[in-house]
Design a protein around this ligand. Structure first.
Ligand SMILES: NC(=O)c1ccc[n+]([C@@H]2O[C@H](COP(=O)([O-])OP(=O)(O)OC[C@H]3O[C@@H](n4cnc5c(N)ncnc54)[C@H](OP(=O)(O)O)[C@@H]3O)[C@@H](O)[C@H]2O)c1
Length: 334
C-alpha cells in the first residue's frame, strides 16, 4: 500500500503560523480512480499567501482543520490511470504539502525537465512567483527609463524578479529588504541600483536621499509602515501597485490601512492592485520570456530550501521572520 506523508492544519494560527499549528503524519492511499495520477512530490512552494488560507474565511482558498495544506508543487508521475500520462513525466500542480499527491490528471500540467531543476517551475517560472512579478511589472506597473522604481520584500521571491524586470525595462531600481546581507545581495547579485534596510535604516529619510524627485513607481509586497513611507515620498503622477501586504497577513481582522493615502490626491497619483490570475492571457508570454532569461543566465533567483517534509511546519514562520533569500521551497528529501 502506498502512503503519503502530509502536513495537516490542526489549529488556526492567531498571529504567526507557528509549527504547533501543523501535524505531519503518514496516510495510506486508496487505489487510483480512472483518470487519476499519483505524483511523487519533489519540491513544495512556500508562499506568503498561504498564511491567508489558514484563517477559516477570506480571499484565498481556505484550508479546513485536518486538511492537507494547499501548496503548489513539482514532481514526477509514479502511477497513472489517465490516458497519455506516463510514469516518469515531470508535472506541476496543486500537489499540496505532502510527499505523494493523488489527483485527476486534468489538475496537473507537464513541465519541461530539460530547462533545469524542477524547482525552477515554482521559482522564476512559477505562477505565484516569476509570472506574478512579470504581470505586476509589465501589465500593471509598466516602468521604463526615467522611472525610480521601488520594490518591497525585494530580496524575496516575487520582489527579486520584479526588480530585475524593472531594471531590464530601463528603470532605476531600489529594493527594500531586512538586513545588511539582503541589501548587499540586492545590489551586488541582482544588480539593483540601491537598497534600503528597513530593519536598520529610517526608510523615509533614505527614500528622500535616494529619490530626491520622488518615487515614480512603487511595487508593494508588504503594506504597513513601508507603504506609508513610500506614499510620503511619491513623485507627481506616480503609480503604486499592490501585489500583496504580507505585514498584515498574521492579523487580517485588524488590517492597518495606509495613513498617508492622501498623498495620492496631492501628487495626482494612483494605486492599483492585481492578482496574477486576473491575467491568464499573460501566462504564456511571461513564461516564455522568463525561460529565455533563465537560459541566457540574465535573471537570478536564489533558492532557500528546507530539507524534508517534516520541516514544512516551520516554513511560514521562517519566511515571515525573513529567513529566505529568493524562493523558499521545501524539498521532500530528508
Ligand atoms: N498579487 C498576486 O497575484 C500575488 C501572487 C503571489 C504572491 N503575491 C504577494 O507577493 C508578496 C511576496 O510573496 P512571496 O511568496 O514571494 O514571499 P517572499 O517575498 O519570498 O518572502 C516574504 C519576505 O517578506 C519579508 N517580510 C516579512 N515580514 C515583513 C514585514 N512585516 N515587513 C516587511 N517585510 C517583511 C521577509 O524578508 P525581509 O528579510 O526583507 O523582511 C520575507 O523574506 C506577498 O505579499 C504575496 O502575497 C501576490
Amino acid at each position: 500500500m502506498t502512503t503519503t506523508r502530509r502536513v495537516a492544519l490542526i489549529r488556526r494560527p492567531t498571529g504567526q503560523a507557528t509549527p504547533d499549528c501543523f501535524e505531519v503524519g503518514d496516510v495510506e492511499l486508496c487505489p487510483l480512480e480512472p483518470g487519476e495520477v499519483r505524483v511523487a512530490v519533489e519540491f513544495i512552494s512556500v508562499d506568503a499567501g498561504t498564511r491567508t488560507m489558514l484563517r477559516g474565511e477570506g480571499f484565498h482558498m481556505q484550508v479546513g482543520i485536518g486538511e492537507t495544506i494547499r501548496a503548489g508543487g513539482v514532481g514526477r508521475i509514479i502511477e497513472s490511470t489517465a490516458d497519455d500520462w506516463e510514469v516518469g513525466q515531470a508535472v506541476i500542480g496543486g500537489l499540496g504539502a505532502q510527499t505523494v499527491s493523488t489527483l485527476p490528471a486534468s489538475e496537473i500540467r507537464r513541465v519541461d525537465d530539460t530547462l533545469g531543476p524542477l524547482s525552477l517551475h515554482l521559482g522564476v517560472l512559477g505562477g505565484s512567483t516569476g509570472v506574478t512579478a512579470w504581470i505586476g511589472v509589465r501589465e500593471v506597473a509598466k516602468p521604463g527609463p526615467g522611472d525610480d522604481f521601488v520594490v518591497s520584500a525585494a530580496a524575496g521571491a516575487v520582489g527579486s524578479i520584479a526588480g530585475q524586470i524593472a531594471k531590464r525595462d530601463g528603470a532605476r531600481v531600489i529594493g527594500i529588504a531586512g538586513g545588511a546581507h539582503k541589501t548587499t545581495h540586492l545590489v551586488e547579485t541582482l544588480g539593483f541600483d540601491a537598497a534600503i534596510d528597513y530593519k536598520n535604516d529610517d526608510v523615509n529619510a533614505k527614500l528622500r536621499e535616494l529619490c530626491p524627485d520622488g518615487v515614480t513607481v512603487f511595487y508593494d509586497n508588504v503594506g504597513g509602515p513601508i507603504l506609508d513611507a513610500v506614499l510620503d515620498n511619491l513623485a507627481m503622477r506616480a503609480r503604486v501597485v499592490i501585489c500583496g501586504a504580507l505585514s498584515q497577513y498574521d492579523d487580517m481582522d485588524n488590517v492597518t490601512g495606509p495613513s498617508m493615502y492622501l498623498r495620492l490626491a496631492e501628487r495626482q497619483s494612483c494605486m492599483e492592485g492585481f492578482a496574477y490570475f486576473h491575467f491568464p492571457q499573460s501566462f504564456r508570454p511571461a513564461t516564455e520570456e522568463l525561460a529565455e532569461w533563465v537560459a541566457d543566465g540574465s535573471i537570478v533567483l536564489p533558492e532557500t530550501v528546507l530539507e524534508g517534509i517534516d520541516r514544512y511546519p516551520e516554513a511560514l514562520q521562517f519566511m515571515f521572520e525573513g529567513g529566505n533569500t529568493g524562493k523558499l521551497l521545501v524539498s521532500t528529501m530528508r
